[in-house]
Design a binder for this molecule. Structure first.
Ligand code: G3P
Length: 219
């Protein structure tokens, strides 16, 4: 599976989010590889309704109904049509581990799948104990890197992460700098079940073609 993190790039916001989601749908249909757009909360419903694709949210907050101005409620993203949510991305970290744990619980309460990001083996082990559906290893310093990727620069940590997650029975996703088919192949060979990508797809001249190339790593 490939998660495409839309972040807040101009190319993946508002009407452009719809254009990108349509290319994801076509690439996923053509390759039969699950490709999941992870979008801004304001774009969830439109993408879900018009493209009919599984959509995830980029975050929720660890709160329930009540007085929490500006917070993103698990219930709202679920109602808008999201199937899952990213939690603790290095660009959207929780203030504390207990907030992260609360957010995982909130997501589970409303039936959202969860993917929790960790930037180190220590965090990965800690966060696995919250039992999200996926854990992603993403070293923040390699995000957006055009020269190397997590698969090329940190293979031994990926292998370590896979064996650590085995005892929790949680699949590993890897991300940061993934930009070509070799990155994907290598990640899977090391034991990850999928990748999280952003810049190489969102900023590509032709995201559809780039996704088809990345999906080739699964064959
Ligand atoms: O969530 C995935 C993302 O942070 C990776 O970013 O630009 O290195 O593919 P990028």
């Amino acid at each position: 599976m490939i998660f495409v993190n839309f972040k807040t790039y101009r190319q993946s916001t508002g009407k452009w989010a719809l254009v990108l989601a349509d290319q994801i749908k076509r690439a996923s249909d053509a390759t039969k590889v699950a490709i999941i757009p992870v979008v801004q909360v304001s774009d969830i419903r439109e993408i879900k309704d018009s493209i009919g694709l599984e959509v995830w949210a980029q975050k929720i907050d660890p709160v329930s109904f009540g007085a929490h101005t500006g917070a993103v409620l698990a219930e709202s993203v679920k109602e808008d049509g999201a199937s899952g949510v990213f939690l603790n991305h290095s660009e959207a970290r929780f203030e504390s581990d207990s907030d992260l744990e609360k957010a995982v619980l909130r997501a589970k309460e409303v039936g959202l799948k969860t993917l929790v990001f960790a930037g180190s083996i220590e965090d990965l082990e800690k966060f696995a104990s919250f039992y999200p559906d996926f854990v992603a290893y993403e070293p923040p310093e390699l995000i957006g890197n055009k020269e190397t990727s997590v698969a090329r620069a940190k293979p031994e940590i990926i292998s370590q992460a896979v064996s650590l997650l085995k005892k929790f029975r949680i699949p590993l996703i890897v991300g940061a700098g993934i930009s070509d088919v070799l990155d994907v192949k290598k990640s899977l060979e090391l034991g990850a079940v999928g990748v999280a990508v952003a810049s190489s797809v969102v900023l590509a001249d032709n995201p559809f073609e780039k996704l088809k190339e990345l999906a080739g790593g699964f064959y």
